[in-house]
Ligand binder design. Structure first.
Ligand code: SAM
Length: 305
């Protein structure tokens, strides 16, 4: 099913209100609306709120689903592009009628709040830092709280680096979307047709996702693009220790130490240049010798390489 086509008329009436605040593109917004309308989840978790564009789409989509509730978590007290307003302010300002189906936790990583949200989550919307290892860390901390037999995770910005302005260190969502084991991964038609791949996707979480979660622990060995501070490490560590096996917890702790080692031994430009020169020297000499030989033998001869 093309979720971006499903029940579009549900989102249409509020589309123009959220548009100036939403950090998603058109098909991405309709995809989020459509997947919720089709799956009718009861317990939804959103991590990464900003002004509340995605939050409003979700709340609008569940407003007629009896017993449905959205829990949101944002690291920051204030909205990223509106620093004088709280994260998720859009809901209170524009959609007060949705407030009774919503609870937000502000301040700190998802790992700090996830136990308050609790288990049996049907749908998880993840849109946080985009710099590795954050999305993988977020997913590892939320996974034990997702419905084990059947739930879905929606992940935004999986090709953010298509945008030349967003190319730097924005691989985290792609690492997670690519490495997670899932029975089904889906994406809508891309908003940027020339790029060919969509910037939002969803994957089914089921037994195989849990079984192969070590793939995601392995991803933590990919060099990190952003450090994880002491308090966040502690919040995350507690969740991994409590909800994963002792072997997985040990691997996690080793991965943290490994990243510390990498950070303490950075590649310096001088050393990289030294290595390049050392390895390319014979090639450079051969190249120069060939030019000299070719010029002295016959000025019109094509140079062999
Ligand atoms: C790209 S914005 C979210 C946009 C929003 N989903 C939308 O549709 O408009 C990223 C948000 O994630 C939050 N964030 C970053 N790292 C986080 C973390 N580890 N846990 C929770 N929130 C985080 C940031 O404070 C920011 O508000």
């Amino acid at each position: 099913m093309r979720y971006e086509e499903f029940e579009r008329e549900r989102l249409d009436p509020i589309y123009d209100i959220i548009e100036p605040y939403s950090e998603m593109k058109k098909n991405e917004r309709y995809f989020l609306n459509g997947i919720i309308r089709a799956l009718k989840p009861k317990k939804i978790l959103e991590v990464g709120v900003s002004a509340g564009g995605g939050t409003s789409i979700i709340l609008n989509a569940i407003s007629d689903i009896e017993g449905a509730k959205l829990y949101s978590i944002d690291y920051s007290q204030t909205a990223f592009f509106f620093p004088d307003k709280p994260s998720g302010f859009l809901v209170e300002e524009k959609f007060p009628q949705f407030m009774d189906k919503w609870q937000i936790f502000r301040g700190g990583d998802a790992s700090r709040h996830i136990e308050k949200v609790g288990g049996d989550i049907d749908l998880f919307m993840l849109d946080t830092a985009h710099t590795h290892p954050w999305e993988t860390m977020n997913f590892l901390c939320v996974l034990p709280f997702l419905k084990r037999d059947f739930s879905w995770t929606v992940l935004h910005d999986i090709t953010l680096y298509t945008d030349p302005n967003g190319r730097l260190s924005t691989n985290a969502c792609r690492y997670l979307f690519g490495h997670v084991v899932s029975e089904e991964k889906i994406t809508p038609a891309p908003d940027n047709e020339a790029a060919g791949f969509s910037n939002i996707g969803a994957f089914k979480v089921s037994e195989c996702t849990f079984k192969h979660v070590n793939n995601l622990l392995e991803s933590l060995l990919i060099p990190w693009d952003r450090t994880v501070g002491k308090n966040d490490r502690e919040d995350i560590r507690k969740i991994i220790e409590k909800y994963y096996s002792p072997e997985q917890y040990e691997f996690f702790c080793k991965a943290l130490k490994f990243q510390d080692y990498l950070a303490e031994h950075p590649a310096s430009f001088k050393n990289v240049m030294k290595t390049v020169m050392k390895h390319s020297t014979p090639g450079v000499f051969n190249f120069l010798r060939k030019i000299k030989h070719s010029v002295s033998r016959n000025k019109t001869t094509q140079m062999e390489v």
